[in-house]
Every structure is written in structure tokens, then in C-alpha cells.
Design a protein around this ligand. Structure first.
Ligand code: MF3
Ligand code: CO
Ligand code: CO
Length: 256
């Protein structure tokens, strides 16, 4: 395992990419409403990144993926492919995941959107999943362990009678989109690698209302819950600093 530690200069460049990715989520927010297709959302994000941000949508062409965003609705856990057949409807929950490359550096982030009036149990899933991400971010500092991240996520999810998806994980990130280390969203305190200044990685918990098991659809990308119950995900790209963490994809509405 080769972990590329980043200098503060490199982290500044990652912050530029991270902020562009965060701005894509802000830009798309007013359009994420009943009646729109996930293809239309994808097109808007593509145009914005290429024409306005003068940046590169990292997902396009990544291992054969053809779209700018992943758009994962309801029981879709991650990697939902935008489609003109997928029309958002009242009560849906959707994750939009976007990665931008600027000056060779990646910023990767995702958030959940509630479409119209959402049932309380779905709203609760979305909220608890965001809390899992935020609690995990709070544990990140030099001297803590990667296992602590998974442990706090698993604790909070299971306390709320949810399960943690184990088949997909967070990742190191920098000039390479997915690099070491893997960031598991389950685990035990005090285990795994010790966190060091200069590490950059994502945390992106996927939390299920039912069981943790997943199934990959025949399109080769879309990952759904095996039991058909809903799933939620939130993601940030982080840099480890001398005393804590810098959330490179922070949006204005977030405190940290
Ligand atoms: N952004 C996703 C992640 O968080 C990866 C998407 S890969 C794609 O790591 F090809 F599906 F876009
Ligand atoms: Co990621
Ligand atoms: Co992502």
C-alpha cells in the first residue's frame, strides 16, 4: 500500500478542486425537483463544469462510465446512471455524486436531496446518514486510526437500526481519483492505519434501512440494496492537517 501524503501547497490545489465540486452540488440544487430526469441533471452539471468552471468531470470515461454525475434514487445505493427514463417523483430521495478535476487534482463529494414531500422514515435515513459522515469527520486527526472512522459510523447507524454497506468504501484521493488507503465505513476503534498529516481521503458512508447486502445490476454500474429497501449516502473529500481535518468539499451551509 502506497499512501501519497500531500504538502500544504498540494492541499491548496485540492481545495480548489473540492470547492468546484461543492459548487456543482449548490448549482444543481434548485433543479432537483419532481418531474426532472436524472439525464437533465447530468447535462446541467456537465455544462457547468466544462463551460463555467473550465474543469474536467472526472466520471466521464472513468472505467467506461459515460456520465458526469452518479444519480442514485431510493433503493439505489451508488453509481446510478443518469437516464432520460428516470423521472424524479414526489417522495423520492436521491444522491448526486460528482467529482471535478482542476489543475490535475480531484475533488469528490455527494449529498442527498429530498424530492417534494418525503415520508418521515426516509427523511430520518437521510439525516442519520449525514450524521454518520459528520461524526466520522470529527474523529479525523493525526494519531487517530482509520478504524475509528468505521467504528463511529457503524455505531451511529446500528444504534438507529440501520446497516452499513460493506461492499463499497471511501478512498485516498489526489492526482489519482481512487488511491490508497481504502476507508471502510465499519470497523473497530484503534485498528487500521494511524492517520497522518497530509493524508487526503474521502468518507462516503452508504447506510441502508434494511440489510447491508448489495446487488449489481446488469448495466455493470448500478448498485441496489438486495432487499429493495432504501439507502442513503453523503460524501466529503478531506485533508488531514497538523491538528485535525480540513473539509475540502465543504459547502457554505456547513459549519465544520
Ligand atoms: N464518485 C464515486 C466515489 O465516490 C465514484 C463514481 S465512479 C463512476 O468514489 F464511474 F461511477 F462515476
Ligand atoms: Co469517492
Ligand atoms: Co463520489
Amino acid at each position: 500500500m502506497k499512501i501519497n501524503l500531500k504538502t500544504s501547497k498540494e492541499i491548496s490545489k485540492m481545495r480548489v478542486a473540492g470547492q468546484l465540486a461543492a459548487e456543482v452540488l449548490d448549482m444543481i440544487t434548485p433543479y432537483v425537483i419532481p418531474g426532472i430526469t436524472t439525464e437533465e441533471l447530468d447535462k446541467k452539471c456537465y455544462e457547468y463544469i466544462v463551460n463555467n468552471q473550465k474543469a474536467i468531470p472526472a466520471n466521464v470515461g472513468y472505467n467506461g462510465f459515460e456520465k458526469t454525475i452518479c444519480a442514485s434514487v431510493n433503493q439505489v445505493i451508488c453509481h446510478g446512471i443518469p437516464s432520460e427514463d428516470k423521472i424524479l417523483k414526489n417522495g423520492d430521495i436521491i444522491n448526486i455524486d460528482v467529482t471535478v478535476i482542476k489543475d490535475g487534482w480531484h475533488g469528490d463529494t455527494s449529498k442527498m436531496f429530498l424530492i417534494g414531500k418525503v415520508q418521515p422514515h426516509n427523511e430520518r435515513l437521510v439525516r442519520i446518514t449525514q450524521e454518520c459522515l459528520y461524526k466520522a469527520i470529527e474523529t479525523v486527526k493525526p494519531g487517530a486510526f482509520l478504524g475509528d472512522i468505521g467504528a463511529v459510523i457503524q455505531d451511529h447507524a446500528e444504534k438507529n437500526y440501520y446497516s452499513v454497506v460493506e461492499d463499497y468504501c471511501g478512498h485516498g484521493i489526489g492526482q489519482i481519483y481512487h488511491e490508497d488507503p481504502q476507508i471502510l465505513h465499519y470497523g473497530k476503534f484503534g485498528t487500521g492505519l494511524e492517520i497522518q498529516e497530509g493524508m487526503c481521503f474521502t468518507i462516503e458512508p452508504m447506510i441502508n434501512q434494511g440489510s447491508k447486502y448489495t446487488k449489481l445490476l446488469h448495466d455493470g454500474w448500478t448498485v441496489e440494496t438486495k432487499d429493495g429497501k432504501n439507502s442513503a449516502q453523503w460524501e466529503h473529500t478531506l485533508a488531514v492537517t497538523a491538528n485535525g481535518v480540513d473539509v475540502l468539499t465543504k459547502r457554505n451551509e456547513e459549519a465544520f
